[in-house]
Design a binder for this molecule. Structure first.
Ligand SMILES: CC(=O)SCCNC(=O)CCNC(=O)[C@H](O)C(C)(C)COP(=O)(O)OP(=O)(O)OC[C@H]1O[C@@H](n2cnc3c(N)ncnc32)[C@H](O)[C@@H]1OP(=O)(O)O
Length: 442
């Protein structure tokens, strides 16, 4: 019996900013962002959009496109690091939004007996949700699970993370009928607790702070959906963890040089060119190349063999990321959609091909695993129209972008939007303070 992904859907925010507009305003050479990091457009949520609406859109599309009956779904696990609440899972908002739309047809609470939860480990949380859901269907082969990855990657204005912002969701149907991808049960794992990127949420008193100069206010607030991060250190942690997880994968799978057998390598992509930039180390280790000094590292990165390797096994996975930006938990799955959509459009035959995944979440953990493309993959991909849909988004100018970022707009840019939207947040009723209310516009 085989297990894996039966179907997949996605949602990307309805707005975008051209990366060259951001570069111009910030005084950055556009070539650095476009040719150095592979960024072209940055997906950005409208006023009514958040990680819950992204996930609800992806879930509803999955249900409609593949005619899934909600009662057949035993669990919905949401990987996210953009949780809207520290107790009530974002997945519960998502479930309720979709239930309301389906109410007319199916009656109230169609997910009443569904096990719904969030999983958080920075960008690898949805890989964890996938791993868990696969374990679940392996034990219960007659049951199905849905994994959703949904996030809004937001960084401080004018920070070095700003140009890597983005967002969106990918939803996957996990079952014993893997029409898209059969996933093997070998998992390379590497974990180390580090502070490369994190989102502390609390108020600190001055005496609690390790370093607090006299001029500090008595209380400081670190409460943000924007992370605290050290970019180059996070790159290093990513590289270290994927090297360790890849090594572990080799041990548990007994495979020698597994990447050579992989037709495509699917990375967590905080920006489009990240995977190809960090894989140089594993590539060097596997091929006995010197990789100690920056000069040696550059030699590997610029070598004819490595460039060809990128072109053959990574380039197609980057294309959607260039148009969207970072989707945190959803990035690794969007890289999968990107390559499959591109291959579909180019009439490439992929059935039976093996692909490898290298997931990473700051904080930090990597998971490395592999799968085989199924005979029916084209039927699944035929519903996506990924690159056409990316063309249907609305461009915003820099001024609107900054206002949206600062939450200074009262009304949506697209006031006639269709789909899910946040309507209001309860601010006054003490027993509902902070409750979020959503609706669906036809
Ligand atoms: C969240 C996670 O997943 S952790 C892993 C990634 N970390 C993050 O995403 C955290 C948030 N992001 C950031 O901190 C930053 O945006 C980073 C770390 C991703 C990138 O940092 P930067 O300092 O902007 O870029 P960096 O110097 O690393 O790379 C720029 C690239 O552009 C190239 N470049 C610079 N200028 C130009 C130019 N004019 N033309 C062409 N290429 C250029 C550089 O050579 C370099 O590429 P190379 O190393 O392959 O040669």
């Amino acid at each position: 019996m085989s297990f894996g992904i039966e179907a997949a859907s996605y949602y990307v925010p309805s707005l975008y900013l051209e990366i060259k507009d951001l570069a111009e305003e910030r005084g950055i050479d556009p070539a650095k962002l476009e040719k150095g990091l592979g960024l072209h457009k940055m997906g950005f949520p409208d006023v009514h959009e958040d990680a819950a609406t992204f996930a609800a859109e992806a879930l509803l599309k999955l249900i409609n496109d593949y005619q899934i009956h909600p009662k057949d779904i035993s669990r919905i696990y949401l990987g996210t690091e953009s949780a809207l609440d520290a107790a009530k899972p974002t997945a519960s908002y998502v479930m309720q939004m979709v239930e309301k739309v389906l109410e007319k047809e199916l009656g109230a609470r169609c997910f009443k007996n569904c096990d719904v939860v969030d999983m958080t480990f920075a960008c690898v949380g949805a890989v964890d949700a996938l791993h868990n859901s696969l374990d679940f269907v392996r034990v219960n082969p007659d049951k199905k699970a849905i994994v959703i990855a949904s996030d809004y990657a937001k960084y401080e204005l004018a920070s070095s993370g700003e140009y890597t912002q983005g967002g969106g969701a990918v939803a996957l149907l996990i079952s014993s009928q893997p029409d898209l991808l059969e996933i093997e049960n070998h998992w390379g794992v590497a974990t180390e607790s580090v502070f490369d990127f994190f989102k502390p949420r609390r108020h600190y008193k001055k005496e609690e702070l390790i370093s607090s100069p006299e001029s500090f206010p008595d209380k400081i607030e670190i409460f943000t959906d924007e992370p605290v991060f050290d970019g180059q250190y996070s790159n290093q942690c990513y590289q270290d963890r994927i090297r360790e997880a890849y090594q572990h994968y080799k041990e548990v799978s007994g495979k020698d040089k597994p990447y050579e057998a992989w037709k495509y390598l699917i990375f967590h992509l905080p920006y489009a060119f990240h995977g190809k930039r960090v894989f140089t180390e594993i590539y060097s280790l596997e091929n006995g190349l010197s990789y100690e000094t920056p000069d040696e590292q550059k030699t590997v990165a610029k070598s004819e063999n490595y460039l060809q390797f990128i072109n053959n096994k990574i380039e197609k996975t980057q294309r959607a990321s260039s148009e969207i930006g970072n989707m945190y938990t959803a990035s690794v799955f969007m890289a999968l959609l990107s390559v499959l959509q591109t291959s579909f459009n180019e009439n490439e035959e992929l059935a039976g091909e093996e692909i490898g995944f290298l997931g990473y979440g700051s904080g930090s953990k990597s998971k490395v695993f592999a799968g085989k493309i199924s005979g029916n993959w084209k039927d699944v991909v035929s519903k996506w129209n990924l690159f056409e849909n990316l063309k249907n988004r609305t461009a915003i100018n820099f001024e609107t972008y900054e206002k949206l970022h600062r939450k200074q707009l009262d009304q949506s840019v697209n006031q006639n939007y269709k789909g899910f939207g946040l309507q209001s947040i309860e601010l006054f009723n003490p027993v509902l303070k902070g409750a979020r209310y959503y609706a669906h516009q036809k």
